[in-house]
Design a protein around this ligand. Structure first.
Ligand SMILES: O=C(O)c1cccc(C(=O)CC[C@H]2O[C@@H](n3cnc4c(=O)[nH]cnc43)[C@H](O)[C@@H]2O)c1
Length: 238
């Protein structure tokens, strides 16, 4: 097994899409409340399933780092919701340029961020982080995917939420607050954990739906998972 990169997903179905494309046998190992797939091949990478949401992601990834190995880079992948209006659509690929906790703060007369209320989420060396974690190498990730795949690949800010943005009022509000390209329920927590452990963080997601509505019949979950798995292979290929 190669240990330079670790692929992190939220759900068993997302793991299945990634693992099946590796075309090798895997050993399944329990990691706290999650599951790791360790490939029985020197050429392939491990895949970690955390369960959905910020808490599961942080618990399982921290447990993995402490008990298995610390990779040079974590690649967080899976599906996401896109904010309409940026050209991005269902079946497109999105690369995070920064990860933002979209609902950590205070909801009062307006939304107050962690910075507004002076509550850092992480203090490290000389840096203090609040809602946002920047991902400076993301442009090179996007360029690599554009070069190596025929997919539409967008870059922008991702927000991570506990409550999905499934009505138009919340969509407008979060768009005005953070100008996000996409949202998920794990990204910022995985990114935060990587910052804490000095691990490079990359996030590549496939758009399964638009935010702003709760019409689940329009979601294309399996197509988005398939395309995302393909873009992760393209990214990790030397
Ligand atoms: O069945 C439902 O009612 C339901 C409501 C909201 C989300 C789901 C999911 O299955 C998605 C959760 C899963 O996928 C990511 N994801 C995908 N689209 C979005 C989105 O628009 N907003 C936030 N997260 C999204 C997320 O990272 C979770 O892992 C089901």
């Amino acid at each position: 097994m190669k240990k330079d990169k670790l692929i992190v997903v939220a759900t068993p179905l997302e793991a299945e899409f990634v693992v099946q494309g590796f075309k090798c046998d895997f050993e399944k190992v329990k990691v706290a409340s999650g599951v790791a797939f360790f490939p029985k091949s020197d050429e392939k990478h491990a895949v970690l399933t955390t369960g959905i949401g910020k808490t599961n992601s942080a618990i399982v990834l921290t447990h993995f780092f402490n008990n298995f190995f610390i990779p040079e880079e974590v690649i967080n992948t899976g599906i996401c919701g896109a904010y309409p209006g940026e050209g991005i659509s269902i079946g497109h690929i999105a690369v995070a340029e920064s990860e933002i906790y979209g609902d950590e703060g205070v909801e009062a007369d307006r939304f107050y961020t962690l910075e507004d209320i002076a509550f850092p989420s992480l203090i490290k060396k000389d840096e203090t982080y609040f809602n946002e974690f920047k991902i400076p190498h993301s442009k090179s990730v996007r360029l690599k995917l554009l070069k190596k795949t025929k997919l539409s690949v967008y870059g922008g800010k991702f927000i991570t939420v506990s409550t999905t943005t499934s009505n138009p009022e919340l969509e407008i509000k979060r768009k005005e607050l953070f100008n996000p390209l996409c949202e998920s329920m794990e990204g910022a927590a995985v990114c935060h954990t990587c910052y804490a452990f000095d691990v490079k963080f990359t996030e590549i997601r496939g758009v399964s739906n638009f935010v702003g509505s709760y019409a689940k019949e329009g979601w294309q979950i399996e197509r988005a998972m398939q395309l995302t798995a393909g873009s992760v292979y393209a990214y990790i290929e030397e």
